[in-house]
Design a protein around this ligand. Sequence first.
Ligand code: FES
Ligand code: FE2
Length: 420
Amino acid sequence: MLQHEENRVLTSVGPGTPCGKYMRRFWHPVAVSDELKAEEPVRIRILGEDLVMFRGSSGEIGILGLHCSHRCASLEFGKVEENDLRCSYHGWLYDRQGHCLEQPTEPEDSTFKDRITHKAYPVQEAAGLVFTYMGGDDPPPIPRYEAMFREDGHRYVYSMYTNPANFLQIVENGSCDAFHVPFLHGSKVDRYIYREGREMHWFRETDYGLASLTLRKPVKEGDTTVYAHITSSVMPHLTKITLRPLRNMEGHEYAMPPIELMVWHTPVDDYNTTAFELLFIPGKDYDKAQLDKYIDGVAMTKDYKKSWPPKRDERGRYLLESVPEQDAAMVVSQGPVSPRHNEHLATSDIGVIMVRKVLKEGIDNVAGNRDPKGVVRHDDIIQIPSTDEWIEVGAEREVGAIMKDIGERWVTTGDLTVKG
Ligand code: FES
Ligand SMILES: [Fe+2]
């Protein structure tokens, strides 16, 4: 449980708040590149700030404060002129750096425009997503996670949905709480069907956040393969998962490769969070139709699109028909900001406790003007651990004891192999 004030510090992302200053040390995805057409300004809200985003004729993107510096009309109604944006009210013209270039209703010799500084944030596109940095001078590079930059396969990006809930409970659900999977999703995802005592979990802090390992005993008697799943939580709000449907729990073989799945949870404000998803499928030999069908069935991507907003019955209760609806019902029903002073955290909440600790340390580091975990100052490719595989453990020893060995070794070394 957290005290009211601790909860507020970890969840408030607006300008000037401790977590808001922390969040402003990171690049955040704010749009899918392909969806931002030239000449159509789009209103967005990020970290509690209302902004307008537009693509100029050169293809470059600008992100400016939504309200005109003159008399606060919304620039979403503005007109893109080459690479600048003109307010539709009195025609003030802004460039992508927030300089006011023209004030056509002022006297010709006026220098007033030179004294106007309009809010503007740097923008970069990477891996089909638009990122912005709202932390002022000295932005670090966008971290080069491998799935964003690999060239040996196919990449898909989606702007998924906005959940009416604070980012932290969504991160806690998606990256740090493997325990909910067999209960909440067991009816939907058959390989997760809960069987007493068949799961074990381990968590460890990593260079970028934390990772969790789940091991599941085989469902069939006599089967000596253990199912292993690692999910990583990358600060401040990225979840990395591998989905490898090469074989299900009944031993059926699939022909397709594993999917590397990354989901960013960009805070809109304290009470809303937008997810951006990137899928990378290694291998060049698949045609588009084959991949589309595969993703439809496996990655739940279309499931998200189909089931957003989540379906409710006539009394307004969620129907819980799909995985995203099941997750949404849980995180949204916690309230816009989960009232953590009412919690009773248990042993199974170790991942939740760890991510709050890493977040708190990050906030403290930013307060001390140090980079928080997750900010990098290099351009090297970064591998984030995740896996989805079956490990042959042999039959000589009791499977539970072998799982315990694998998990304990993984916590210290990250090594999943079976030895001895
Ligand atoms: S309000 Fe934008 S130019 Fe007047
Ligand atoms: Fe879930």
